[in-house]
Design a protein. Structure first.
Ligand SMILES: *[C@@H]1O[C@H](CO)[C@@H](O)[C@H](O)[C@H]1NC(C)=O
Ligand SMILES: *[C@@H]1O[C@H](CO)[C@@H](O)[C@H](O)[C@H]1NC(C)=O
Ligand SMILES: *[C@@H]1O[C@H](CO)[C@@H](O)[C@H](O)[C@H]1NC(C)=O
Length: 162
């Protein structure tokens, strides 16, 4: 490859790395279901960063996703929900803030472990570009303003050069 092609390629890779947020399927192939230990799942997939997505897949009508506080998480108590989702078969939740998130199922399975605690960390500094997470099977381009600008600029440069 010519040197300018390499430069463009590196730029594009860098732009994508800068703006990619990860999308995690909660429970991997098990989805959001009873008899899965989500403490182990979260341990395996951490760290989670602000902007990442959690996607819960569940059996319609058999489960819900209730965001609770730490007390609700520890007691499996869904009576003071922060958010409550049960429609359809899936729910995508974005970790918008640097804080601890807690989710439980209110159908009684929480006591058996159907509960998830996630610590969302601040994004690492952009330079050097953040490494992809351990589970980067589903990496999506974050729909941020910066992302759009960087992506558009990359495309323009690519078209201009080739
Ligand atoms: C969630 O919302 C639905 C509909 O508003 C309600 O019927 C259900 O009781 C709520 N569940 C919890 C755990 O708050
Ligand atoms: C996260 O932020 C996005 C964009 O501002 C918003 O649409 C979404 O509802 C927020 N998600 C949560 C779970 O608060
Ligand atoms: C899940 O695994 C963790 C770590 O091995 C363990 O401490 C916890 O008791 C397990 N939870 C359930 C509900 O079995």
């Amino acid at each position: 490859m010519a040197r300018r092609e390499v430069i463009v390629l590196l730029f594009l890779i860098y732009a994508v790395a800068l703006v990619s947020a990860n999308k995690f399927t909660v429970g991997d192939e098990h989805g959001w279901n009873p008899n899965v230990n989500y403490t182990i799942w979260a341990e395996k997939h951490k760290p989670f960063y602000v902007g990442d997505w959690l996607v819960f897949y569940y059996q319609s009508g058999q489960a819900d996703v209730i965001q609770v506080d730490e007390v609700g998480y520890n007691k499996c108590d869904a009576s003071n929900p922060i958010s409550n989702y049960s429609k359809g078969r899936s729910y995508a939740f974005q970790l918008n803030h640097t804080k601890n998130y807690y989710f439980i199922c209110s159908y009684g399975y929480c006591y058996g472990g159907m509960k998830l605690a996630i610590k969302a960390q601040a994004l690492p500094p952009p330079s050097p570009p953040p490494k992809a997470h351990k589970s980067d099977a589903f990496s999506i381009v974050r729909s941020s303003f910066v992302g759009s600008i960087a992506g558009a600029f990359g495309l323009v440069v690519a078209f201009w050069l080739f």
